[in-house]
Design a protein around this ligand. Structure first.
Ligand SMILES: Cc1cc2nc3c(=O)[nH]c(=O)nc-3n(C[C@H](O)[C@H](O)[C@H](O)COP(=O)(O)O)c2cc1C
Length: 194
């Protein structure tokens, strides 16, 4: 098998808050991707300005923040979602973003390699949100990595004040998942003849 090229991965954080543990997890994933032999890049999507979904607004034309998010997803070789679990499921804002992006025949998640991880302050690390997120991504025909799954439980104890991961096991889990994700991106490309 030929070695893969550097890929551009879009990071999507399901939490908007500045000190988000899930954003810390994305940073860790970005560090691991950069350290792989092909030095893949991870760029975070800023989707804070995406409005509440409203079909009347959509009918009048895509809002600019939605258009930007749509183009970023379309241009990426893969999308990595790190999200908290809110009340056993997806944060409403993240679902809202996916709802916006799901519209139209050329919606950008179709066939897109996607991986997910979750960080939570509870012990399960957001185990329940991932299965709801998988269900939503199924509908938009995303090509979702199955394993390895990464759940970062009690995440507030695993990152320091600068957001750096201090837990060796978490670093290794994320590294292994990023290796699998890059292989998944390559496999998906081959399958699509790209
Ligand atoms: C509205 C809300 C609902 C939450 N529900 C859950 C939950 O169902 N399961 C869980 O493990 N943590 C839950 N939490 C706690 C989150 O795991 C914790 O706030 C986490 O730090 C959020 O991720 P972030 O740091 O990336 O913002 C909830 C937090 C909020 C604000």
């Amino acid at each position: 098998m030929s070695s893969p090229s550097p890929r551009r991965i879009l990071g999507l954080c399901g939490s908007l808050r500045a000190g988000s543990l899930n954003r810390h997890a994305l940073r860790l994933a970005g560090e691991q991707l950069a350290q792989l032999p092909e030095a893949h890049s991870l760029e975070l999507l800023d989707w804070r300005e995406v409005p509440p979904f409203d079909a009347d607004v959509l009918a009048a034309g895509l809002p600019e923040p939605v258009r930007r998010a749509r183009e970023a997803v379309a241009a990426a070789d893969g999308v990595l979602i790190a999200t908290p679990e809110y009340n056993f499921s997806l944060p409403g804002m993240l679902k809202n973003l996916i709802d916006w992006l799901s519209r139209g025949e050329d919606q950008p998640f179709a066939g897109k390699p996607v991986a997910m991880l979750s960080a939570a302050t509870g012990p399960l690390g957001g185990a329940r949100v991932q299965y709801d997120l998988r269900k939503v991504l199924l509908f938009v025909n995303a090509s979702v990595l199955v394993k390895p799954e990464v759940f970062i439980g009690q995440a507030q104890t695993k990152f320091d004040a600068d957001g750096r991961c201090t837990d060796a096991a978490t670093v290794q889990f994320v590294r292994t998942q990023m290796q699998a994700f890059v292989a998944w991106i390559e496999a998906t490309r081959r399958q699509r003849g790209g």
